[in-house]
Design a binder for this molecule. Structure first.
Ligand code: PXP
Length: 244
């Protein structure tokens, strides 16, 4: 199982002040030192968190694979083709949403034809290409027919489900992961996974890569709070000639 950490929300904190900290590039390097297998960022059309500078610096700096999430938007696809990250994951995007709300719509021939040229352009530039889809048989078949390398199963419905409904969502993910493997697709998963709910998904054997973001960044804030306060308190003491 490969663990890719999504660092979008490090950039969210930075953009709250439009300043230069915390830097997602530094966060990526620290995540690598901690043993992560790859770094994921979503360059949204509205640039609400990750900026063009971030993806360029990440591509130059990190040693693990970069997974760039992108929507079917020409200007963003141009950046991806120029940058040639290790992997691109095509996701749906709407300006109103707080976060990606569901998998790509592949339910009609028109919807599939919207995605096809992006897949062809990315693969033509040597980029491993994945589609973020709901764990449904039709979406998996459409993905395989498009010739992508991988699919990322949307785990958001599982993350929101409780009790028996969560159990049914695990079965749905299991079935989709098995179908993906049979179709020759690499199977990834992600969205809404937390320290509390990740275990049943991580146990689904055909899933080879998990993308986890918000929960890891949230935990980083809490586990880092004590050290950060100690550092600032020591600076304040030293400013008045006290012990550090
Ligand atoms: N996978 C995809 C395709 C996403 O769009 C996101 C959110 O940007 C994630 C995984 C990570 O989701 P979360 O931040 O809830 O862990």
């Amino acid at each position: 199982m490969r663990f890719f950490v999504n660092i979008d929300h490090v950039a969210t904190v930075r953009e709250a002040r439009k300043t230069d900290e915390p830097d997602p590039v530094r966060a990526a390097v620290l995540a690598e030192l901690a043993g992560v297998d790859g770094i994921t960022v979503h360059l949204r059309e509205d640039r609400r968190h990750i900026q063009d500078r971030d993806v360029h610096l990440l591509a130059e700096t990190i040693r693990t694979p970069l997974n760039l999430e992108l929507a079917v938007v020409d200007a963003i696809v141009d950046i991806a083709c120029d940058l040639r990250p290790h992997q691109a994951t095509i996701v749906p995007e709407s300006r109103q949403e707080i976060t990606t709300e569901g998998g790509l719509d592949l339910s009609t021939p028109q919807a599939v034809e919207r995605v096809r040229p992006v897949v062809e352009r990315l693969q033509g530039h040597g980029v491993r290409t994945s589609l973020f889809i709901d764990p449904d048989p039709g979406a998996l078949e459409a993905s395989a027919a498009l010739g992508v390398d991988a699919v990322e199963l949307h785990t958001g419905e599982y993350a929101h489900a409780r009790g028996a409904a969560a159990g049914r969502q695990v079965e749905r993910l299991q079935a989709a992961a098995g179908q993906g493997r049979e179709l020759g697709l690499a199977v990834h998963a992600g969205h809404g996974l937390t320290y509390e709910n990740v275990t049943p998904v991580a146990a689904i054997e055909p899933i080879e890569e998990l993308n986890i973001g918000h929960s890891v960044v949230s935990r980083a804030v809490l586990v880092g709070m004590e050290a950060a306060v100690r550092e600032m308190a020591a600076l304040l003491r030293r400013a008045r000639g006290g012990p550090s």
